[in-house]
Design a protein around this ligand. Structure first.
Ligand code: ZN
Length: 211
């Protein structure tokens, strides 16, 4: 597949000046977006997804290519467009959808080409969290990890001035890191979003423990 299309075809127009502060914060690797899209197709069917895409605005569709290339970087606006697409498909009962999106992203990333980033030990895996973050996100936030027990850790995201997450993103991070820990051998991972910038905390803090 690689090299089958000219690179140029996938370069999006330069980003407009951001009005929503959150939109400046990140670029994301295509593999996470393609995992997200696959999850939607599995859940709602290709026809409904295609129809929902067609109902987005031209501006939103601009950030959703025919398919995402795993190793390419995509602007944060693609995440926003995917979120909009997801919202148009989801029902009110699907409360944990962002969490499941995060899980699917980790599943997609680490069951394919990037499998080598997966350790066979959850504690060793935590040592790779920062590296994973740098590999999959270019963003205005930093990640700190702290091992708090034999089977427990805390992670904190600090956001640069002017950048902030939204609720869905925080929830998808819970899913993403829970899934990474499980893939590294942790069982029965339980997670909590113990502090959130959106509630006035100085960082977004997540706690994880497992058996
Ligand atoms: Zn948060």
């Amino acid at each position: 597949m690689k090299g089958a299309f000219p690179e140029k075809r996938w370069v999006f127009p330069p980003r407009a000046e951001c009005e929503v502060k959150v939109c400046c914060m990140a670029d994301v690797k295509g593999v996470l977006l393609s995992a997200w899209e696959k999850m939607l197709v599995q859940r709602y069917g290709a026809d409904r997804v295609a129809k929902a895409k067609g109902a987005l605005t031209a501006e939103e569709r601009r950030y959703l290519p025919l398919f995402f290339l795993d190793s390419n970087w995509y602007a944060f606006e693609s995440l926003n467009a995917m979120r909009k697409l997801t919202r148009s498909l989801a029902t009110r009962d699907e409360k944990n959808l962002s969490f499941e999106i995060g899980r699917s992203m980790a599943q997609g990333a680490f069951s394919g080409a990037y499998r080598s980033m997966l350790m066979k030990d959850p504690i060793k895996q935590i040592g790779k969290f920062s590296q994973i973050t740098d590999f999959f996100f270019r963003e205005a936030r930093t990640l700190e990890t702290q091992i708090t027990g034999d089977r427990a850790c805390v992670i904190r995201y600090r956001y640069e001035a002017g950048a902030a997450p939204n609720r869905g993103m925080c929830q998808s991070l819970v899913g993403f890191w829970s899934q990474v820990l499980e893939m590294a051998g942790a069982h029965d991972v339980s997670a909590a979003h113990s502090k959130c910038i959106l509630n006035g905390a100085d960082s977004c803090e997540f706690t994880f423990d497992w058996r």
